[in-house]
Design a protein around this ligand. Structure first.
Ligand SMILES: C[S@@+](CC[C@H](N)C(=O)[O-])C[C@H]1O[C@@H](n2cnc3c(N)ncnc32)[C@H](O)[C@@H]1O
Length: 398
């Protein structure tokens, strides 16, 4: 079974795995969401689905209890289990896990947080899921991961050695000359239990079209925290095989189980040709994304708008549409010919189906050529600097 994806209900398949042989179990079971999930593969060639409708809480709780009970004996003494869920079933699973593993083996509730852009909902937008981490015993394997310090951390705290004074107050160590003593290089801050990892965007290379597919980076982090190379990772509800692909890419052995024939075939295919998308947010942080042109937006004070980034034709879209179409704003950049800005804005209008747009002229001497034909929906506005310069221009013949 090692390094394979097995088809079947995990209640049967788990019985075939050797006891105390597994280092990590990760499961992303049905969430008790009362939905049927259906999605098409990237080329629309295949439709994947699984059912998460239960009728009653007890039915779901019994289903999970029976399977989780079979998982525990499979873990080594040093092993851990990570159970993925969300607000629908977290209370049910937490209570089952407390009973099975013991409250003292509860290690963490990881909050997987991601950004979402939906505005089609009243109330608070759900943008996190929960992952319960329990260990088999106190001797569980754990590799501490470190993250960077926050921008607001005082640099002295990172550089200098600290000690306690006679009032037990933390102070910097001083040498004979009264100067602060340098401390050992610090590794960073141990990873917290809130993980900011983006969900797979619709165009992500690793997206295979399986409903509720999790990002490889999430699984890689769990694997890195709780296993070493060569260790065995088990996912009894493996879906498209994300856990197994992450294990394989990181030199771990794996077993994946899923009752869906289509999921098993998809997961096997993924393992033959693993693809991982690189997340720029994860690699370089959210700050790596181009920021809105703040100077340009300062010109819109008093106007309700949404700032636009990564678009050469638009700096902002007004909060209020015009005849059900977005109203675009483009600010002329330093030294940019106004005709060029107008052409970019016109292209953006065509793409967005806009009927109205505003072009703000900021450069005194770079206006529109007389022969340039401005699109009818565009109104050119001038900054006060441009208006004043134009007003003070000597009139020919004066
Ligand atoms: C939430 S999805 C897992 C998605 C997966 N983590 C991924 O990244 O693709 C849950 C999976 O559990 C499977 N499943 C549901 N009941 C099962 C059972 N009794 N035994 C094995 N698999 C089951 C479904 O077919 C589905 O693929």
């Amino acid at each position: 079974m090692i390094n394979s994806i097995v088809q079947g209900d995990c209640i049967q398949q788990l019985r075939k795995i050797e006891e105390t042989s597994v280092d990590l179990i990760y499961l992303d079971p049905p969430f008790f969401s009362d939905k049927k999930y259906t999605l098409k593969s990237r080329e629309q060639a295949q439709c994947f689905s699984f059912n998460d409708r239960w009728g009653c809480v007890q039915g779901y709780a019994d289903f999970m209890q029976a399977r989780l009970a079979l998982m525990k004996p499979l873990l080594k003494k040093t092993g851990s289990i990570f159970v993925h869920c969300d607000k629908n079933a977290q209370h049910i699973l937490r209570s089952i896990l407390d009973n099975l593993f013991g409250r003292e083996q509860f290690r963490a509730e990881i909050i997987w947080h991601y950004k979402r852009w939906s505005n089609a909902q009243t109330g608070l937008l759900a943008s996190h899921q929960n992952i319960y981490f329990y260990s088999k015993s106190d001797q569980y394997k754990f590799n501490t991961l470190y993250t960077g310090y926050s921008e607001t951390t005082n640099i002295d705290q990172l550089l200098y050695k600290r000690t306690r004074d006679k009032f037990n107050k933390s102070v910097y160590c001083r040498n004979d000359e009264g100067l602060s003593e340098l401390g050992k290089a610090k590794k960073g801050v141990p990873l917290s239990d809130v993980w900011d990892i983006p969900t797979l965007n619709p165009k992500a290379k690793e997206r295979v079209g399986y409903p509720t597919q999790k990002p490889l980076s999430l699984l890689e982090r769990i694997i890195e925290l709780s296993t070493d190379e060569g260790d065995l990772v088990l996912d009894p509800f493996c879906g498209s095989g994300t856990t197994c692909v992450a294990a394989h890419l990181n030199g771990r052995r794996y077993i994946g189980i899923d009752e869906s024939v289509a999921a098993v075939s998809l997961a096997r295919g993924r393992l033959d040709q693993p693809i991982k998308s690189e997340s720029k947010v994860l690699k370089q942080g959210r700050g790596a994304f181009p920021k809105a042109d703040q100077q340009a937006l300062n010109l819109l004070q008093g106007v309700a708008y949404h700032a636009v980034t990564r678009n050469k034709g638009i700096d902002a879209i007004l909060a209020e549409p015009y005849q059900n179409t977005p109203v675009l704003v483009r600010v002329q950049k330093p030294k940019e010919p106004l005709c060029e800005a107008a052409t970019r804005l016109t292209n953006a209008m065509l793409k967005k189906g806009s009927l109205k747009a505003f072009l703000i002229q900021t450069e005194v001497d770079i206006g529109l050529d007389a022969q340039f034909k401005l699109s009818p929906g565009i109104t050119v506005l001038s900054t006060p600097a441009v208006s004043i310069a134009n007003a003070l221009k000597p009139v020919v013949g004066d």
